[in-house]
Design a binder for this molecule. Structure first.
Ligand code: ADP
Ligand code: MG
Length: 385
């Protein structure tokens, strides 16, 4: 088991016409035993980052260290990390047992008995004991994925590297495997770097998440930190479903305003420039719909355009007066309003994020920090800027 350190790592791909910077000056500290999720949109450099750890790509600049030891000159086979791919990458002509033992037979000096013992341990853990003599073609997608994981486990690696390992599974199985993988990782305690484009997977699985965009690290922290204290509009918008409300406003001293809305913080925010353009962010679940507006809470007046009942909660879409802004509000249970209703949407002071409109960087973080999937809000407060 190992800590993984990225020290100003850059990876470029060049051909005669252009240079693509897939990973851009990445600094990242992954602690021993942590489950870290690399998340971001397609093409942001997640796979390349993993392949650099595995040694399948050489870095253009900077260094990756495993437990302090530089990896740059080490061949992939000497890095003792196991990679699990989205495509499973099982050998079709081999049985499950052969698939799992293949790497051990050729890359280690384990005896036949030792190998069989490792396989038995792994398949026992994965609940696939009865599949050992089958070929991949005779397995379901979920079973193939377990075999691929089992093959990674028997190698007893310092770290697991997983590249979207669940994305070929249907939604129900994916949810099941998510829990299963987390449990497995906890039991084994092996440092895991897990890649996904799916923010729900990142939020629910990671001890920490690293959000990437265009090769650049946007934020690194616990899911609760990143959700409640997003450092920029990209992170704010990437995490959370439905998406955070982002509203163009003007900031002057302590007051943010737009058509039909004004809110004054207790003290000036930002660098004191007058009349700067800002983007105000409020998560849909922080907004509330009321027919008795409170004098001390800032609010928008608007008209309900659409309601969506999802069971446990509902999304209510409100167009503010004059059509300036479309707000998404999440309410518990069934919606208590209908299309065309005139409503007031309250915006609690402690739920307001303010970002610089030019750079997208945070100027003021919201204080609200309710739990995200059981993660204590207190964690989030630790990293408040
Ligand atoms: P992700 O896994 O986040 O979708 P990738 O790491 O696969 O992203 O790709 C990041 C960027 O690097 C993309 O622009 C991609 O086109 C480019 N890229 C990846 N691999 C290669 C390669 N072998 N040659 C040239 N460009 C590549
Ligand atoms: Mg990828």
């Amino acid at each position: 088991m190992a800590a993984i350190t990225f020290d100003s790592v850059t990876k470029q791909f060049s051909d005669k016409n252009e240079t693509v910077t897939a990973v851009d000056d990445l600094d990242l500290e992954i602690e021993d035993g942590d489950f870290v999720v690399l998340v971001g949109p397609s093409g942001c450099g997640k796979t390349t980052t993993l392949r650099c750890i595995a040694g399948l790509e050489s870095v253009t600049d900077g260094e990756i260290r495993l437990d302090g030891e530089g990896m740059t000159d080490k061949l992939p086979e000497n890095r003792n990390v196991s990679m699990v791919f989205q495509s499973y990458a099982l050998y079709p002509h081999m049985t499950v047992r052969e698939n799992m033992s293949f790497g051990l037979k050729y890359a280690t000096d384990h005896s036949k008995e030792e190998i069989e013992e490792k396989i038995q341990d792994a398949v026992g853990m994965m609940g696939i004991d009865d599949l050992l003599d089958r070929h991949p073609a005779d397995l379901s997608g979920g079973q193939q994925q377990r075999v691929a994981l089992g093959r990674a486990i028997v190698r007893n690696p310092e770290a697991f590297l997983m590249d979207e390992p669940l994305s070929n599974l249907d939604a129900k199985l994916r949810a099941e495997m998510r829990t299963y993988l987390q449990q497995l990782q906890e039991d084994l305690g092996v440092t895991t770097v897990y890649v996904t484009h799916d923010q729900t997977e990142a939020m629910t699985m990671g001890d920490k998440i690293a959000i990437l965009d265009d090769g650049e690290l946007q934020q690194y922290g616990t899911p609760a930190e990143c959700y409640h204290q997003p450092q920029n509009t990209f992170v704010a918008e990437f995490l959370g479903e439905p998406s955070i409300n982002l509203i163009d406003m003007t900031l002057q001293d302590a007051t943010i305003s737009t058509s039909g809305f004004e809110h004054e913080f207790s003290e000036p925010i930002g660098d004191g420039t007058t009349n700067s353009d800002v983007i105000v962010g409020v998560r849909p679940e922080e907004l509330s719909i009321t027919d008795e507006p409170r004098a001390d809470v800032s609010s928008f007046d608007g008209t309900v355009t659409v309601t969506e009942h999802l069971g446990k909660e509902s999304n209510v879409y409100v167009e503010t007066e004059g059509g300036a802004t479309e707000l998404t509000v999440v309410v518990d249970g069934e919606p208590t309003v209908d299309d065309e209703d005139e409503v007031t949407v309250e915006v609690p002071n402690d739920a307001i994020h303010v970002f610089d409109a030019k750079t997208g960087e945070v100027i003021r973080s919201a204080e609200a920090s309710g739990d995200v999937d059981g993660l204590a809000g207190a964690q989030a407060a630790d990293s408040a800027p």
